[in-house]
Design a protein around this ligand. Structure first.
Ligand code: COI
Length: 326
C-alpha cells in the first residue's frame, strides 16, 4: 500500500517514517498543500493524507482517476472535504481522533488567561509597566461556566473544570450520563443567559454556523467572556467585534477565527495578512488570539499520523475503520 501525504510539516516527518515502517506502508510526502498542480504525486498511491486544505470536487475527481480509494484528514474536523462527492465516487473519507486532553487543557488555559487578564499583564510587563490598572481578575470558583458541546473535548473540559469548583452548565443535543456528574444540562437559552463565561466545543456544521451572532449575544450576561477553540464559523466575527467594543462581551480567547485558513500556520512577519477583523481583534487588550494551536502537542501529532495511516490501511484491507466519515 502506498500513501501520498500532503502539507507535511517538519515535525511530522519522523512520525510518518516511524509509523510508515511499523504499518509496512510506502510513503511519498510533500510539504506542499494538495492541489491540481501536484495531483500527479498520487500516481501509484491508493490513499492520501491531508490536513486543512479545502478538498473540492475537481481535485477529488482527478485523484479518483489516479485510483485513490481513501482520503484521510489528519484532523478531527472534516468540513474541508467534499465527502459526499467522494462517497459517490466510491472514495472513503476518514478523519482521526487524538488525545482529547490537548484541546481541553488548552481551553482551561485560555479560560484562566482570559479571566485573569493575562494578555494585558504580559504585554504591560514587556513595556516595564508593573502597575495594577485594569488587571484585576476574577476567581473561577465563583463563576458559572457554559460549555457548548459535550463530545470528547467538551467532556474533558468539564472534567478539568470540575476541580475548580465553578458551576458548570452544558448544552448538547445528545446529553451523556458521564457528564451529568459534573455539569447540569440546560437549554441553549438558559446557557446563554446564566453563564459568566461560555466555551465552544461543537463541530462546524450548518446548524452551528454563527451560533453566536447579534441575537444570541443579546441574550448573554453583560461582560460575558467567550472562549473558542473549536471552529471560527461558530462565531459571527463582526457581531463579536461590536459586542467587545460596546462591553457586552468583556473578554474573549480565540484560537480559531473565520477565514483563518489562508493565514494560520504561515509566517506573515513581513507581510500584511489582509484579515481586517483579525487585526481589530488582535489590537484589543481583552482579546487573546492564538493561531489554532490548541491541538498541537507531542501526543496529538503522533496520534494524528498513526491514525491517518491506520485508517487508510483498515479501509484498504476491508477492516472496520472507526474513523470512516462517509
Ligand atoms: C482538528 O483536528 O480538527 C483541528 O482543529 C486541528 C487541525 C486544524 C490541525
Amino acid at each position: 500500500m502506498k500513501i501520498a501525504a500532503f502539507s507535511c510539516r517538519e515535525d511530522e516527518i519522523g512520525y510518518f517514517e516511524g509509523y510508515g515502517k511499523q504499518y509496512g506502508i510506502d510513503l511519498v510526502w510533500t510539504s506542499n498543500a494538495p492541489g491540481l498542480d501536484n495531483a500527479k504525486l498520487v500516481e501509484g498511491c491508493q490513499a492520501v493524507s491531508v490536513i486543512t486544505t479545502p478538498i473540492a470536487e475537481d481535485l477529488i475527481r482527478v485523484w479518483h482517476k489516479y485510483g485513490i480509494k481513501v482520503i484521510s484528514t489528519r484532523t478531527v474536523g472534516y468540513e474541508h472535504i467534499h465527502y459526499q462527492l467522494a462517497a459517490s465516487l466510491g472514495i472513503t473519507v476518514s478523519n482521526v481522533s487524538y488525545s482529547a486532553h490537548t484541546v481541553a487543557e488548552y481551553t482551561v488555559m485560555c479560560i484562566l488567561m482570559a479571566i485573569r487578564r493575562m494578555k494585558t499583564i504580559m504585554t504591560r510587563y514587556i513595556g516595564q509597566d508593573y502597575s495594577l490598572k485594569q488587571v484585576r481578575g476574577r476567581e473561577l470558583c465563583h463563576m458559572t461556566i457554559g460549555v457548548i458541546g459535550t463530545g470528547q473535548i467538551g467532556e474533558n473540559v468539564i472534567a478539568n473544570l470540575s476541580g475548580f469548583g465553578c458551576k458548570i452548565l452544558a448544552y448538547d443535543p445528545y446529553p451523556k450520563e458521564t457528564v451529568k456528574k459534573y455539569a447540569e444540562y440546560v437549554s441553549l437559552d438558559r446557557l446563554w443567559s446564566a453563564s459568566d463565561l461560555i466555551t465552544l466545543h461543537a463541530p462546524a456544521t450548518e446548524e452551528t454556523y454563527h451560533l453566536i451572532d447579534e441575537e444570541t449575544l443579546k441574550q448573554m450576561k453583560d461582560g460575558v467572556i467567550l472562549i473558542n477553540a473549536a471552529r471560527g464559523s461558530l462565531i459571527h466575527t463582526t457581531a463579536l467585534i461590536a459586542a467587545l467594543e460596546s462591553g457586552k462581551v468583556g473578554a474573549a480567547a480565540l484560537d480559531v477565527l473565520e477565514e483563518e485558513g489562508k493565514i494560520y500556520y504561515k509566517d506573515f512577519k513581513y507581510a500584511a495578512t489582509g484579515h481586517h477583523e483579525m487585526a481589530i481583534l488582535q489590537a484589543m487588550p481583552q482579546v487573546l488570539m492564538t493561531p489554532h494551536t490548541a491541538f498541537f502537542t507531542d501526543e496529538a501529532v503522533s496520534d494524528m499520523i498513526e491514525y491517518s495511516i491506520s485508517s487508510c490501511l483498515k479501509t484498504l484491507t476491508g477492516e472496520n475503520n472507526p474513523w470512516k466519515i462517509n
